[in-house]
Design a protein. Sequence first.
Length: 115
Amino acid sequence: QVQLVESGGGLVQAGGSLRLSCAASVRPFSTYTMAWFRQAPGKERERVATINYSGGSTTYADAVKGRFTISRDNAKKTVYLQMNSLKPEDTAVYYCNRDRDYWDWGQGTQVTVSS
């Protein structure tokens, strides 16, 4: 049973920054492509960013490109999401998971951006 624990969310003003972390209890973590997702109230969950097993390749949703950066530390089995220039429309619960064939979802971390 893989456990995903997201943290780092909070309330921030528009233009601010947050860094999210996701710790995964999976071995070997370094073999999995990982991704961050978000779900805003009344909307479907959407993919935000993806990072390959080594961290050498990343992709982003158009809505966050140039503002968010995904990274990982395989030794710590952790994936990060640095979020800069935050906008009110970034408000959502943020989750991490593998790229496909999802594990059970964690509790997520709430990000609220005030205008």
